[in-house]
Design a protein around this ligand. Structure first.
Ligand code: VTB
Length: 339
């Protein structure tokens, strides 16, 4: 079967599996259900191999979807391998507390084209396709916004930004410039999907670096644009116990890759493959992706896919009885994660 459909189905089923734990205040349970769904859905697939480049962490602390794990067709040396960035649940907090923002997502690209990102913060600027040639993050976000406003000849651009204390000042500045901000608690990958779907003009803010690869794939696959810059832990959390040890790891990663916190990274620096593909499904979702609904034996899930400049939004219906008859792997997950 076509790997695009397989991956789309995988994120949809991962979202359905973790639906069991929505609102139960337990981030790990939500995540584990989705992680198992990925493993089960991909283990028997033939014709391609996936190598986890950005996943749940290193093998020591992540038993599944760990960095360098291979999934898919492990027995046939002839099949092509793809690099993968995967976040079984991006936004475990919104899922655990049942507010908008969580999705299940994966992106793939040709082997050895994805940068393995450090566990680190990243300043990200993701703009709609029309602005692709207009941005330059090295000039700072305000100068970029002024340029976009001039280009549009209006001030009320629509921006999505994480509502974190670290963004208080910039949120004020953007508002003063006349930008209409939408504040989200979590989930900047979903926010980028909203830009692709035309619900906002740009996403700006400091979030996770590994998710940066997913957003880079989305930008390349949809014709949008992303620029980013790594941010040291002490810039966000100067006084934490782990600040020093995290900084050591961050700095080691950066010197190994000849990147520092002034390097502006384009989407292509993170994923050097124009043919990268991006997949997502809404769990608690929000914005342009609807949350999962369950009614009378059917799951209603919003899926999303971007590749080669083609953007697709799906409304998928999983009839539990029919699927159970036809797909033993999904039946196993439906039974185990029945709510
Ligand atoms: C979160 C999350 C984002 O980055 O903000 C996280 O909601 C890091 O920020 O979607 P905190 O440490 O302040 O939570 C993301 O996961 C991804 O960029």
């Amino acid at each position: 079967m076509n790997k695009d459909i397989i991956l789309l189905r995988t994120v949809e089923v991962a979202a359905i599996a973790s639906y069991k734990y929505i609102g139960m205040k337990d981030k790990n349970m939500v995540d584990q259900a989705a992680v198992e769904a990925f493993e089960v859905m991909l283990r028997n697939e033939r014709g391609f191999k996936l190598k986890v480049v950005n996943g749940e962490g290193e093998l020591d602390n992540a038993p599944m979807l760990y960095v360098n794990q291979f999934l898919g067709d492990l027995n046939d040396p002839e099949v092509p391998t793809f690099d993968v960035s995967v976040d079984p649940i991006e936004g475990t907090n919104p899922a655990a507390y049942n507010f908008a923002g969580s999705i299940s997502t994966i992106s793939i690209s040709r082997e050895n084209t994805m940068l393995q990102m450090p566990e680190m913060y990243m300043e990200k600027f993701f703009v709609k396709d029309k602005y692709s040639n207009l941005i330059n993050l090295s000039e700072g976000i305000i100068n970029n916004v002024l340029r976009l406003q001039e280009f549009e000849n209006r001030k009320d651009l629509r921006c999505i930004i994480l509502d974190k204390p670290r963004h208080n000042k910039i949120i004020q500045e953007l508002s003063k410039l006349g930008v209409v901000t939408r504040l989200i608690q979590d989930g900047d990958v979903l926010a980028a999907i909203d830009v692709v779907n035309g619900e906002a003009d740009f996403v700006y803010g400091i979030g996770g670096a590994p998710e940066g690869c997913l957003m880079a794939s989305l930008a390349l696959a949809s014709g949008c644009k992303m620029q980013s810059r790594l941010i040291n832990y002490n810039q966000i959390w100067p006084n934490e116990k782990e600040t020093e040890s995290r900084m050591e790891k961050e700095n080691a990663w950066m010197s190994k890759h000849n990147i520092d916190t002034s390097s502006i990274l384009s989407d292509y620096d993170l994923v050097s493959d124009e043919r990268t593909r991006f997949f997502a499904a809404g769990l608690t979702a929000g914005g342009s992706l609807k949350p999962i609904k369950y009614k009378k034996g059917k799951f209603f899930v919003n899926g999303f896919m971007a590749s080669h400049g083609i953007v697709r939004n799906f409304s998928s219906i999983y009839d539990v009885n029919k699927v159970n008859n036809l797909k033993p792997d999904i039946k196993y997950l439906f039974d185990k994660y029945k709510r």
